[in-house]
Design a protein around this ligand. Sequence first.
Ligand code: PEP
Length: 253
Amino acid sequence: MRKKIVAGNWKMNKTFEEGLALASEIINIAKDEHIQKAILVINPPFIHLNALQKLIPQNTNVFLGAQNCYHQKSGAFTGEISVDMLKSIGVQYTIIGHSERREYFNETSEQLAQKINLLLEASITPIFCCGESLSIRESGEHLAYVAQQITEALFHLSAENLQKIVIAYEPIWAIGTGKTASSAQAQEMHAYLRNHLTSKYGETIAQSISILYGGSCNPQNAKELFACADIDGGLIGGASLKSRDFISIAQSF
Ligand code: PEP
């Protein structure tokens, strides 16, 4: 059975105090309401990580993730954060290749492949983001375009390592816009990507990979999206900044 995952991408939001308060609320509600169907991953800004790690109790389904890491192991890269640093404070997941990073920071597939290798060496689970712009969707090339993103960043991996990846399909036109992909559009892409994984790694491995949907997912639309056969949860931006909304998305399976 594939893991059901709801990951919150806080992006560049929440001061340190606000972040502690939000994480505490999520942890407490998840405990009180026995949220057991899904793994919850909180991905705050880097400077919150160490303190938040200390808030997360043992034996919980709440995990800590980073929003990025650098693609080199260590060295003279002013301002960057390495995978070993994340590992040293107990980070268990890291978002890689979010469209905002690809667009504003010019991240390439080659760098993303390097990041993924470093994360896997450190036993941190990469949440690999992929997705097309509106113009690519309108051109009708979206399925092939997103499959190519996966080929470029993931297809160098062994089957054993591929199984350690989580994929997040995030159509760029749906991120932060309030415009969600319909469940049919999302399911079509997720099934296509799973077939693409099957073509390289075989059915058993492809069926074991969690593929999350991201893009204006909220408590109102999560149930319909998560009911789709190939959608295994969500990567949540705006709605992850309110504990109640984030939890109700996690209760939508
Ligand atoms: C995201 O940025 O990963 C995201 C899905 O954002 P939102 O939910 O706000 O569209």
